[in-house]
Structures are given as structure tokens and as C-alpha cells.
Write a protein that binds this ligand. Structure first.
Ligand code: ADP
Length: 511
């Protein structure tokens, strides 16, 4: 007859014996724990129901058999040593290989507690067995996932940074180390804003708490272009995609970062090459146009000469009534001279600016792109960029690429004007000015060299050793082609460059 613990709780004195009174309820609370009672010789003399499930034996089959039957062959040794009389220990926990009735083995944590008589002699043992096969499997699958994740993180070309909901860096991938120049150990536990430039640097904690408060997703799930700050103080453009993960009451944000430096340097070079190419092709085309124009010009110039000569002859002859004819002839001459002027202007325009591809654009987009491109490749320790676009400015009607080029030129000049070792600030602002938007790029640099103000918008005016002196003259051509103006102004510290471009819907017509 099976022995039930509830009926057969041994009484006893010391050690594990004291716990035995609570055993029945303990058994009920631990369904995955098989509880087996052994006599002092290691034979089974008590068998719980969970043991049936775990080992496949029922009480009738197993009672009286040696405990060896419950273990994989040869593995019960350690246990038996403690069971042997005089083993002396009251409790032993081990990681064992147990054996099912079917012969299959499974991993288990076993625990053995001696049952002592009132006189202190060992009367038997409680053996508690817990199957850990599944636990181990899931632990090893977690470990496998972690290994897999690490191997991915080591190899994905994108850098990865994990932060918690306070912005504190939790993990920093190998590519992130390369990209930012920090070792993981240097950044772990620090706020991720250390990797950002103004204004994100100051605002990041606010972005994060706003998201946590409102749940409103502004950048999560979207990729956006931002500027990163390296350990050495230089900056670089990157694309940032943020994901969010929650689990076990924790929330983490994962940022994937793709370096855009190369792509943007290539794009900037391409844009430069393209505009160069356009310029060259216009100059070449001008050659073919020259003969046509010479012919076109010939007409008004000949007409001017004719009118003037006729007038001269009339005046010399002093014939009565000739005044009116002279006046008319001179008016015609002036009109022809204007026509010639227009032809020349057309030629100049064609050479200098080509066709404008005007579209309605948001100034802030052009400024953002230009700020990024203007800073590409610049060794710019701690140069801050501030943008302030007055929202009432509205969209502008411009050739986006060309206006970008103007801004890039101005930004590069500003960067070059700021002495390398000190750092400084470049401010880009825009505000409405009647039918135009006025854009201003101010730097905290060295200021204008004496005398350059008068000539710098002309071609080949440069104070730089390697300067071409073409940047500002190209800017002027572009801005004037838009019907705007460009000018510079010395500031107590640094220089301000202003230019205007037409606001959309208010374009002033060219003549
Ligand atoms: P480059 O940069 O090749 O010299 P630019 O036409 O762009 O040609 O500039 C002409 C000159 O104007 C520069 O050599 C410099 O002397 C002056 N300049 C332009 N921008 C600035 C600035 N932000 N601060 C001081 N000087 C400037």
C-alpha cells in the first residue's frame, strides 16, 4: 500500500526534521517537485504523486526499490555517498542525470535531507527532484540568441546604441566605437546626448520625457538625418533610425546609425562637378553661339552708327527743321543701343547662370541640407550651428540646388574663418523682407581682411593661400539670377553674409 506523507510524517528532533510538519502543504505547492522518501539504506519507502509524472513509476512499482533506479547508470554515486550511514550531511543539492521508467534520462536538481530520530540516528531521507531539462533548454536558447545578437552587432555595418528611458547608454556596438571614437567602457552609463551637437544635445532629455509622457512618436520608427559628435570634437552626418523595445518592466530604445559622411561627401563632390560641368558646357556652347550673336549684334550696332552719322550730317548741314529729325534719329539710336545691350546681357546670363529650375521650396529644408553639406569633411572642433528660420517667411521660389550651393559656399567660408583651435558659432537665420526672404549666415570668425569687402564678390578675389576666389562670385551670379541681392557686413566679432530670394507666389518679374 502506498504511503502518503500526510499520514506518515516522521517526528524528529534536529535539522531537516523540523520542517517536516509543513510537508503536505509544501508538496501541494510544488507540483513540479517530485518528493521521494528513502529509508536509511537508500530504498524508496515514500512516493509523491508528482514523482509518478516525473519518473513514470507509480508507488506500487517503486516502493522498496533502491534509489539507484531513479538515476542514470553510474550517476547516483555522489548521492549514495551521503545516504550511506554516517554520511553525516543533512542536505545536498546536485545537478544530476535522472532516469525515467522508460530509460530516458533527464537533467534534474536533486536535494537530499536526512531524517533523524530523536536520538540523532539517521532514519531515512527526503529526496526532492526537480526536472530542469526545459529550463536548461530555454536558458541555452537565450544564450544562443545573445550570441547570435552579438555576432550580428559585431558585423552589421550600422552602428548600434541602446539607451534606457533616461537616455543612459546601455550598449555601444563595435561599429559605434569606430564611428564615434569612444570605447564602449567610456560611454556606458553616460547620457547619449554626449554624442550629439547643439541643439539636439540640450533638447534630447526633453524629447525623451515628452515621448514617455505623451506616447507621441516623433522619430521612433522613422529614419532621420542628424549630426553626430565624435570624441575628438569633429562632427559627422548620419542617418538615425530608432526602435523601441519593452520587456520585463523595462523600456529601451535602440538607435541604428548609418554614417552618411562618405555618401554626402560624394554627393557634394558630385554637385560641385555637375555645376562645374554645366559651367563648362555653357562656355563651350557660348563658342557656337558667338557667331550667331555677332550677327545679331551687328544689326543694332550698325543701326546705331547709321542714326548717329545721319544726325551728325544733319547738324553739320544746319538745314531748317532738322532738329526734329535729329531727335528722332537719336531716340532710335538709343533704342538700338539698348537692344544691343540686351543681347549682350542675354549672352552673359547664358554663360553665367544657365537656365534656372525654380520650384517652391521650404527654406528650412534647404538650410538643413546645406548646413549638413557645408560641414561635411570640415575639421570643426566644437563649431556650433544655430538655425532660426522665421516661420512667417513661408516657402521660396528658387532653384534648390543653386541656393543650396550658395549656402554651402557661405558655410564653408564661415568654417574657414573660424580659427581651428577655438571653435565658434555659425548662425543661419531667415526672415521675410517684403516679397523676398532674407537669409543671413553669421560667423564668429576672424572677420573680413582689410580691403576685401570691395572686391570679394568679383571673380578671383581671395585672401586664402589656396583660395580660388570664385565662391562668392558664383554666389552673386546665382542670387542675382534669382532677382535677389547678396552683401556682406562686418560684425564686432566675425562677419555676416546676407542674401535675398523671392518668396513663393510673390515673385517679381525679370525684365
Ligand atoms: P575663396 O574662399 O576661394 O577665397 P570666396 O569668393 O568664397 O573665395 O571668398 C573670397 C574672400 O572673401 C575670401 O578669400 C575671404 O578673404 C573673404 N571671406 C569670405 N567669407 C568670409 C568670412 N565668412 N569671413 C571672413 N572673410 C571671408
Amino acid at each position: 500500500m502506498p504511503i502518503h506523507y500526510s499520514l506518515d510524517v516522521p517526528r524528529g528532533g534536529s535539522g531537516g526534521v523540523g520542517d517536516l510538519g509543513a510537508l503536505p502543504s509544501l508538496i501541494a505547492a510544488l507540483p513540479d517537485h517530485a518528493i521521494v522518501r528513502l529509508d536509511a539504506q537508500g530504498r524508496v519507502n515514500g512516493w509523491g504523486t508528482a514523482a509518478d509524472t516525473l519518473f513514470g513509476w507509480n508507488a506500487e512499482e517503486i516502493l522498496g526499490h533502491d534509489v539507484e533506479r531513479l538515476f542514470a547508470p553510474g550517476t547516483a554515486g555522489t548521492l549514495i555517498a551521503h545516504i550511506a550511514p554516517g554520511g553525516g550531511r543533512k542536505r545536498e543539492t546536485a545537478d544530476d542525470q535522472c532516469r525515467h521508467k522508460s530509460g530516458a534520462s533527464f537533467r534534474a536538481i536533486t536535494s537530499l535531507t536526512s531524517i533523524a530520530s530523536a536520538g540523532g540516528a539517521v532514519e531515512g531521507f527526503w529526496l526532492v527532484v526537480r526536472d530542469v531539462t526545459e529550463e536548461r533548454a530555454s536558458a541555452s536558447s537565450i544564450e544562443a540568441s545573445a550570441i547570435l545578437l552579438n555576432s550580428i552587432l559585431e558585423t552589421v555595418p550600422d552602428a548600434m546604441i541602446v539607451i534606457d528611458d533616461h537616455g543612459v547608454i546601455q550598449s555601444f556596438s563595435a561599429t559605434a566605437e569606430k564611428l564615434f571614437g569612444y570605447d564602449e567602457a567610456e560611454v556606458l552609463g553616460r547620457n547619449v546626448s554626449m554624442l550629439m551637437t547643439t541643439p539636439d544635445r540640450e533638447a534630447h532629455d526633453r524629447y525623451l520625457s515628452r515621448y514617455l509622457d505623451t506616447g507621441e512618436r516623433r522619430i521612433i520608427g522613422k529614419a532621420r538625418r542628424v549630426i553626430g559628435l565624435r570624441k575628438d570634437g569633429t562632427t559627422f552626418a548620419h542617418e538615425l533610425a530608432i526602435g523601441e523595445a519593452r520587456g520585463r518592466g523595462r523600456r529601451v530604445f535602440t538607435g541604428f546609425i548609418r554614417d552618411l559622411t562618405q555618401r554626402e561627401t560624394a554627393a557634394a563632390q558630385l554637385a560641385e562637378l555637375q555645376s562645374e560641368l554645366l559651367h563648362i558646357s555653357r562656355v563651350t556652347a557660348m563658342g557656337t553661339m558667338a557667331s550667331t550673336l555677332a550677327h545679331e549684334l551687328n544689326q543694332p550696332v550698325t543701326a546705331v552708327a547709321n542714326y548717329v552719322e545721319t544726325s551728325l550730317a544733319l547738324l553739320q548741314a544746319g538745314a531748317p527743321g532738322s532738329d526734329a529729325i535729329v531727335q528722332e534719329a537719336l531716340a532710335e539710336a538709343a533704342a538700338e543701343a539698348h537692344r544691343a545691350g540686351k543681347i549682350v546681357r542675354r549672352l552673359r546670363d547664358f554663360v553665367a547662370r544657365g537656365e534656372l529650375d525654380k520650384t517652391v521650396e521650404a527654406l528650412s529644408d534647404i538650410v538643413d541640407d546645406a548646413c549638413a553639406l557645408g560641414m561635411v569633411g570640415a575639421a570643426t572642433p566644437s563649431i556650433e550651428i544655430e538655425r532660426a528660420i522665421d516661420p512667417t517667411t513661408g516657402p521660396v521660389l528658387v532653384d534648390r540646388v543653386q541656393i543650396q550651393q550658395v549656402l554651402i559656399n557661405l558655410m564653408r567660408n564661415a568654417v574657414e574663418a573660424i580659427p581651428g583651435e577655438h571653435g565658434g558659432i555659425i548662425r543661419v537665420t531667415a526672415r521675410p523682407q517684403g516679397d523676398f526672404a532674407q537669409v543671413t549666415v553669421t560667423d564668429s570668425g576672424a572677420g573680413l581682411a582689410p580691403g576685401i569687402l570691395a572686391t570679394m564678390f568679383g571673380a578671383f578675389a581671395s585672401t586664402k593661400r589656396d583660395g580660388m576666389g570664385l565662391g562668392l562670385s558664383i554666389c552673386r551670379t546665382i542670387i542675382e539670377a534669382h532677382g535677389g541681392r547678396i552683401w556682406a557686413e562686418s560684425r564686432p566679432v566675425g562677419t555676416a553674409f546676407h542674401f535675398t530670394v523671392p518668396r513663393a507666389g510673390r515673385e517679381t518679374r525679370d525684365d
